[in-house]
Design a protein around this ligand. Structure first.
Ligand SMILES: *Cc1c(COP(=O)(O)O)cnc(C)c1O
Length: 467
């Protein structure tokens, strides 16, 4: 490289990797595999690009972990953090105390959220926010004299975080298998995954069928047992599963007719990912609780929360009694100040409006064109999250027998070509920063096409494709 970008960390990559392997246990990582592969050391970010310790540039097709919505390198957020740290680096919001960043952020979120959602309970992450939701739902029904309404219905292959309660809400069986999950009173129904599980009926019929599994559960257990339903507008970590349009309105209808709270987990879909402040607005549903995190601060500081309906907040206030729950870092002042600055940038630079009016349409055109590739069974996208379903046989769209192999091969080829794209089994997924430009979408999709070609060649050599 002619002009390597400046590096703040001057240790050689080899030494950093060795220290990392010696002292750092990684999340969602096979440590044994890590030792043979060596960790990538990322040192810097700018716009939609990140750089490793050797100066190699990557287009970050995942916005970190679905969170860097405004892109890397916005010094305004660093300035907001510095200012807040100097003024009040920490104080809590327990015991009848508050501080300006907490108040300003709660007020701003109430303004941005759909009408009727106007209170915020803060956490440090999405997982924590969903822990709060489990306890809040059960506390709410108990305070109304219905403690047996403790069951929460979720979906298979959903993701709601990694702590005990949140992973129990989630429908990832590999996570449940470690540590004796789920906790009691969580029920999982099937996901609205038409491509994978529903091709024998139309998407609209399939959406209704899957939503009505909620009704079946209510009939089986009784509405007096079911307290809430939780779902992501679009499942992210499960592989960008975009539900048929019939799905969410039917879920909402069933929740309303059976007096069940609707929790929409907007940790990914919130803050512009689908071209609106919240994903539920795209599907025309109004939840009782919204889970937020990730794009809330564009990942610059850890923060999450639950936006709660006026009805729930008013009930808790009226009934009185302490909610015995909270986090040391609920509404952390530095995180809150950074989140406010992030929201200011999203709003003043019309970033979400641009996604809605331009970027999402351009992405859809380019993404659907990737669906022409012989290795791709389906290309789906909504806003700025998309997936490609890899298939060994385009005519039948059958899945690979050795699930996940093709995904890993393709992901690694993408990495070699300077693109971060994630593989969920054999689904290739993207969720780039919202500030991505048309020319950068061209770049992204061109790299993907090249990598699909190479992947196809490699899979063919290994005898994994239909002839
Ligand atoms: C990432 C994610 C979470 C968990 O958030 P953390 O900040 O990692 O705890 C919860 N729900 C959804 C939909 C997510 O994508």
């Amino acid at each position: 490289m002619v002009n390597p970008p400046p590096m703040t960390n001057q240790k050689p990559t080899k030494i950093l990797q060795e220290l990392d392997l010696t002292h750092h246990l990684h999340p969602f990582t096979d440590q044994k595999e890590l030792r043979s592969q060596k960790p990538r050391i990322i040192v810097r970010g700018e716009g939609i690009y990140i750089y490793d310790n050797d100066g190699k540039k990557y287009l970050d097709g995942m916005a970190g972990l679905w969170c860097v919505n405004i892109g890397y390198g916005r010094s305004e957020l660093a300035i907001a953090a510095k200012k807040q740290m100097e003024e009040l680096p920490y104080y809590n919001t327990f015991f009848q105390t508050s501080h300006p960043p907490a108040i300003e952020l709660a007020t701003k979120l109430a303004l941005l959220a759909p009408e009727g959602l106007d209170h915020v309970f803060f956490s440090g992450s999405g997982s924590e926010a969903n822990e709060t939701n489990i306890r809040l739902v059960r506390h709410y029904w108990t305070s109304l004299g219905m403690p047996e309404k403790s069951v929460i219905v979720s979906r298979k292959n959903s993701y709601h975080g990694s702590s005990m309660g949140a992973a129990s809400l989630g429908g990832m069986h590999t996570m449940h298998a470690q540590g004796g999950l789920p906790i009691p009173d969580i029920i999982h129904i099937n996901q609205p995954y038409w491509y994978g599980e529903g091709k024998d009926v139309t998407p609209d019929e399939f959406g209704l069928m899957k939503a009505r599994e909620l009704k079946d559960v209510i009939e089986k257990y009784g509405r007096e047992r079911i307290g809430a339903f939780i779902g992501e507008p679009i499942q992210g970590a499960g592989g960008v599963i975009i539900p048929p349009d019939t799905y969410w309105p039917e879920i909402e209808r069933i929740c309303r007719e059976s007096d069940i709270l609707l929790i929409v987990d907007e940790v990914i879909c919130g803050f512009g990912r689908l071209g609106s402040w919240f994903g539920c607005q795209q599907y025309g549903v109004k939840p009782d609780i919204i889970t937020i995190a990730k794009g809330m601060s564009s990942g610059y500081q850890p923060i999450g929360g639950s936006i709660v309906s006026t009805k729930i907040a008013a009930t808790l206030e009226q009934k009185g009694g302490e909610f015995n729950h909270g986090y040391t870092y609920s509404a952390h002042p530095v995180s809150a100040a950074v989140s406010l600055e992030n929201l200011r940038i999203l709003e003043e630079e019309n970033i979400i409006e641009k996604v809605n009016s331009h970027t999402a349409k351009y992405m859809a055109k380019k993404w659907h064109a990737l669906g022409e590739h012989p290795l791709v069974g389906e290309a789906r996208v909504n806003g700025l999250m998309g997936a490609l379903e890899l298939t060994p046989d385009k005519s039948s769209k059958s899945p690979f027998t050795d699930s996940g192999h093709a995904g890993i091969i393709t992901r690694n080829i993408c990495l070699n070509h300077g693109l971060i794209m994630r593989a969920v089994e054999d689904k290739m997924i993207i969720s780039p920063p919202l500030i991505i430009k048309a020319s950068e979408i061209d770049e992204l999709t061109n790299i993907v096409w090249t990598c699909l070609d190479k992947s196809q060649k490699e899979l063919k050599q290994k005898g994994l494709l239909a002839s």
